[in-house]
Design a protein around this ligand. Sequence first.
Ligand SMILES: O=C[C@H](O)COP(=O)(O)O
Length: 250
Amino acid sequence: MSEKIRPLIAGNWKMNGLSASLSEIALIAEGADAHSQRLDTLICPSATLLVAAGARTAGTSLAIGAQDCSSETHGAYTGDVSAAMVADSGARAVIVGHSERRQGRGETSADVKRKAERAVEAGLQAIICIGETEEEMLKGATQDVLLRQLQGSVPARSKSSSVVIAYEPVWAIGTGRTPSIDNIAGLHAFIRTSLIDLLGEEGRRMRILYGGSVKPDNATEIAGIEDVNGALVGGASLKASDFLAIVKSF
Ligand SMILES: O=C[C@H](O)COP(=O)(O)O
């Protein structure tokens, strides 16, 4: 039985949202405050909105985060945003290794580990995503894939205060399909055991979020699973009422 871990409900806006959407972030901040005794909330808009989103949510419990950062500290990397720049924008966290970057942009676990290291050095919380594709799931390779991604992406001596794991089955992202409750429970337990093997006590305390088609109507069931310590929400984080309904479920 693991100890009670403070949940984190994070929203990933992906490549959605313009400055007009800041009013939605303000609504989320207003609603999230009522739950701040119990859990942490985070919204990750596009890099262009980080500063303005930070300003709109100042003084509230809603944290703002980025969706990616460079694996380098600074220099001639046109178009990249460093972890220090993300921190300088007022953001407190950054997602690294999302499957849309691992698969769509060819990022390896070694790249993801370097990004997580840069993030933690910059004082950010790194949300490290892992997850199997549908093909890997159908072959029965899910645990092997997750273990390999954890071993390859999580920096040595990671602390539970600065690193969060997000388990997102790739086939569940944006599809409306989710694994069964038993499957989520089994895989989160597997991730927990693997984190303890890798990091000892810190692994026991590290948050493990579930992501992949989390919606208001399935959030309560998912929130009730042991070793699910929050959610990484895509589509349903774009609308304050949906995101806040998920927050209430945890
Ligand atoms: O980062 C979030 C995930 O990719 C989940 O997205 P989704 O909730 O739209 O399935």
